[in-house]
Design a protein around this ligand. Structure first.
Ligand SMILES: [Zn+2]
Length: 152
């Protein structure tokens, strides 16, 4: 568990960048050989792009770095449980391990609503670790939405 803390902190740093842009604070990093090779934060509002999720941005960067669509020997850290789109991308990229901070009761597809990362019928299954720095990841989101409601 301890080895995951610095990388989840890097994902939290990414989420803070999203928050500074008034985006929902979600961040992700892709790690290869203990080096961060992809970083991403939610940019859905800024880019007006429904695909601009933290995980997809980090995966794209990591693929460019490795010059490969298969992210073998990589780990993806994300502050919030992946949605169906990102879980699909994680399977497509053949990422062996995903570590996430807090569950998403509205869209989580890494075990909460569905488990696309460990679906027997797919040709790839992902090892999932949840709850790393859960408090931090979760309170960032609740505080963001609380502020948003305060303004409205
Ligand atoms: Zn997503």
């Amino acid at each position: 568990m301890q080895q995951h803390i610095p990388f989840m902190n890097a994902a939290i740093d990414e989420a803070r960048k999203a928050e500074a842009l008034l985006e929902v604070p979600i961040g992700a990093v892709v790690v290869w050989n203990d080096t961060i090779i992809g970083r991403g934060h939610n940019l859905r509002e800024t880019t007006k792009d429904p695909l601009a999720h933290a995980e997809l941005i980090a995966i794209k960067q990591a693929s460019e770095y490795l010059e490969a669509w298969r992210l073998l020997d990589c780990r993806l850290y994300v502050t919030l449980e992946p949605c169906p789109m990102c879980a699909g991308a994680i399977v497509q990229a053949r990422i062996p391990q995903v570590i996430y901070g807090t569950t998403d009761p509205k869209a989580g597809c890494a075990g909460t609503l569905m488990n696309l990362l460990q679906e027997e019928r797919f040709n790839h299954r992902v090892e999932v670790i949840s709850g790393v720095l859960q408090e931090e990841c979760s309170s960032m989101l609740t505080q963001f939405f609380r502020r948003l409601r305060g303004k409205a």
